[in-house]
Design a protein around this ligand. Structure first.
Ligand SMILES: [Ca+2]
Ligand SMILES: [Ca+2]
Length: 127
């Protein structure tokens, strides 16, 4: 079962930008934002983020039936907290997606992590 959660973040877009400017996201990498969509793997486990459409999405997908849960850690433009979306049914079923309506926040960076097994590199997105 696909589980969708939609967030209506109250903070304004401008306030989010100011907030990000004063509290830089962790581990800013050398690559910089390159595209409105990207994906990341940790083994066969998968994460993807997209700001390309009117609904921005961030997905975690556990593809390994190994007892290690999969989550995607991410930051959005409208606050400085790290967010997490988990594939709560593990390698069964499909992935799990968080959604943000355009204008309430966009995904700035994300990585896919496997419990006790580490994380991929951060991926950076534009709008
Ligand atoms: Ca797994
Ligand atoms: Ca699953």
């Amino acid at each position: 079962m696909r589980s969708l959660r939609t967030f209506m973040v109250g903070a304004s877009f401008a306030a989010g930008l100011l907030c990000l400017a004063s509290t830089a996201p962790a581990q800013a990498g050398p690559s910089g934002p390159t595209a409105c969509w990207d994906e990341a793997y940790h083994g066969d486990d998968f994460g993807s983020g997209s700001n390309c459409g009117l609904i921005h999405t961030i997905t975690a997908w556990d593809n390994e039936a190994d007892g290690h849960g999969v989550r995607v850690e991410y930051f959005i433009s409208s606050d400085s907290s790290m967010h997490t979306v988990r594939d709560s049914d593990g390698s069964a079923g499909d992935g799990e997606t968080d959604e943000y309506v355009d204008g309430t926040g966009w995904i700035t960076q994300f990585r896919v992590c496997e419990s006790t097994e580490g994380c991929s590199n951060w991926r950076y997105l534009t709008t």
